[in-house]
Ligand binder design. Structure first.
Ligand code: O2Y
Ligand code: MN
Length: 600
């Protein structure tokens, strides 16, 4: 960790200003080296903040346990501070930027006493890519530094690309736990919930986060920069920053298709990003599992990059059945957070392939299968380099990105929505993305499933008014014209009356992708239904799959009455956008209503 030098005056002035406010014991510029990474982790082990895993089982890997109050993104402590409240829209928490800054400045005052302040220059996207952006995160959390090493490109090479006057997005983070002289530290210091703030000032491309050391609250390149701030920039600059995986599919003839797909959380996004096709001759390669930045290229087509360099994946439920490529990506050089620790020094979580007889749970207590608590927290995570994924696409770091052939939207729906349908045109596709919804299980209240609207799977990540965001998608469609990607909607989660899944999912989803590719190629016709184009009998390849014909019929069933209810639910949701709801969306709502009337 050299004392990295830059002659970037604005950056140096900002670092000095933060130092004077937060009063750290020392300032360290991260250089991004392996040495620095190893040294920070060795320190974390020495102080008890991390456990080094058994090197024979999981080489160069570590386990962190967070404070039980600091385990996930905090939507109710996340703020979009625009000058005008209306510009944040009804889906965001808003506070006046002046008021928020004054509150947070008081919290930041002296907050790094007794700690080291790290300056992390980072690039979202391959350094030098015309689609990439530079950020600088200041943090007092070594956990953040090592995770940023994996999730982004950090250090001296970023400063060199920034030069003496390049643009950067300042990201200030503190765990909010100053230390008095001699005071012992905690393994996971953080501030109490009411002092946690994840604040965005989109009009000045600025991020301030205080009090949490966890995931999306603290690794500010991810949700804060690459989605909330970037979506605002994308809106004003004419590009797209989306909560999408990027996948390359190659057919047996060698033709490549690039897919960008958005799903709300708990819909298997990382699994689809690392899909292993079950149909002979087809190959899938992962480009990204969470975020896509897309611009219209010189050829008029939309090109996408993955701005990240790693995966921050949900551990529970990840197994050789659900995602064998993720399991292989985390065999080494991985940071685990809130997983269970096995007796032989490895990690474990619920849903892993093999059972576990005894472990230390994520809170640090003894655990056996008889315990009434989870061994791993439901939001336990792995942080692994994307380069370790066996199916990472050789072009995943191409600075020019890949040309997108299709967008896929989806949700978890036990009824109403069939396995797959295709939009009639791009505007209809925007309607499908905007009206996407997913079922959540309200476990705490035990009230069964509730349907949550989640346009483009972006609700928690749109850094401005959601109505303007939908209008932006329509405008992108106008610019793309005939070169706009095809749009599909999928539902892997339809059930029969007894609650049994009707579709096997996982690698078998490649069958649905194959149908989409054949549609994009113009090889096959489709059936027109009120919701869009659907596969003709025999066009969806189910060879070798045991699926009963009545199950298949139910999986593909389109019934007017439930769809009418769904439309009315969507209309109620859209009403909150008032006059910011784009006219084109009203046109699509009317058209859908008329198609359902004609069918019913
Ligand atoms: O709980 C967190 O802080 C992680 S959130 C997250 C992480 C990786 C990918 N997606 C998400 C998400 O919330 O969409
Ligand atoms: Mn995500």
């Amino acid at each position: 960790m050299k004392d990295t030098k830059t002659d970037h005056k604005r950056l140096l002035a900002w670092v000095d200003e933060v130092k004077s406010l937060c009063l750290p014991d020392r300032v360290v510029w991260t250089d991004g080296s392996k040495d620095e990474y190893n040294r920070l982790l060795a320190d974390a082990v020495r102080t008890g903040a991390a456990t080094r895993l058994n090197a024979r089982k999981r080489p160069n890997s570590y386990l962190f346990r967070s404070d039980p109050s600091d385990v996930a993104r905090l939507e109710n402590r996340t703020f979009i501070a625009t000058r005008n409240e209306k510009d944040a829209g009804p889906t965001n928490n808003w506070i006046d930027p002046g008021e928020l800054k004054s509150t947070m400045r008081q919290l930041y005052a002296g907050c790094m006493r007794g700690r080291t302040m790290y300056v992390i220059p980072f690039s979202m996207g391959p350094i030098g890519s015309p689609i990439a952006k530079t950020g600088v995160e200041i943090t007092d959390s070594p956990y953040v530094v090592v995770n940023m090493h994996i999730m982004t490109r950090v250090g001296q090479k970023v400063l060199e690309a920034l030069g003496s006057d390049g643009e950067f997005i300042p990201c200030l983070h503190s765990i909010g736990a100053p230390l008095s002289p001699g005071e012992p530290d905690r393994p996971w210091p953080c501030a109490p919930i009411e002092q946690k703030y994840i604040a965005h000032f989109p009009e000045e491309s600025l991020i301030w986060s205080y009090g949490s050391g966890y995931g999306g609250n603290a690794l500010l390149g991810k949700k804060c920069l690459a989605l909330r701030i970037a979506s605002h920039l994308a809106h004003s600059e004419g590009w797209l920053a989306e909560h999408m995986l990027i996948l390359r599919l190659t057919n047996p003839q060698g033709r490549r298709f690039h897919i960008a797909a958005a799903f709300p959380s708990a819909c298997g996004k990382t699994n689809l990003a690392m899909l292993v096709p079950t149909i002979p001759g087809w190959k899938a390669e992962c480009i990204g599992d969470d975020i896509a930045w897309m611009r219209i290229g010189p050829d008029g087509r939309i090109r996408a990059i993955n701005p990240e360099a790693g995966f921050f994946g949900v551990a529970p439920g990840t197994s050789n059945k659900s995602n064998p490529m993720a399991m292989r990506s985390i065999e080494r050089n991985t940071i685990f957070t809130n997983c269970a620790l096995t007796d032989d020094g490895d990690i474990w979580w619920e849903g892993m392939d093999q059972a576990c007889e005894h472990a230390i749970d994520w809170r640090g207590n003894d655990w056996t299968p008889d315990s009434d608590r989870l061994a791993a927290h439901a939001n336990a995570r792995f942080t692994a380099p994307a380069s370790q994924c066996p199916v990472i696409c050789p072009d995943w770091e191409d600075p020019a990105g890949v040309a997108i052939d299709m967008f896929i939207f989806g949700g978890r729906r036990s009824t109403t929505i069939p396995l797959v349908h295709q939009a009639f045109n791009f505007d209809h596709g925007v309607f499908l993305g905007a009206s996407a919804a997913s079922e959540t299980t309200a476990a705490a209240l035990d009230v069964g499933r509730t349907l949550r609207r989640d346009p483009f799977a972006m609700t928690p990540f749109i850094g401005y008014h959601a109505g303007d965001y939908i209008a932006h998608w329509f405008r992108m469609g106008e610019r793309l014209g005939a070169k706009a990607p095809a749009v599909f909607f999928v539902n892997w989660y339809r059930r029969d009356r007894s609650g049994r899944w009707l579709w096997p999912g996982f690698g078998e989803n490649s069958r649905v992708l194959k149908w989409m590719c054949e549609r994009v190629e113009g090889k096959i016709d489709a059936v027109r239904t009120p919701i869009g184009w659907m596969p003709r009998n025999g066009d969806l390849d189910v060879n070798g799959l045991t699926i009963r014909s009545d199950d298949f019929a139910e999986l593909m069933r389109v019934s007017v009455e439930p769809l009418r209810k769904d439309l009315s639910d969507a209309e109620q949701y859209f009403a909150q956008f008032g006059d910011r709801l784009p006219d084109k969306l009203r046109v699509e709502l009317d058209a859908m209503r008329q198609r359902l009337a004609a069918a019913g």
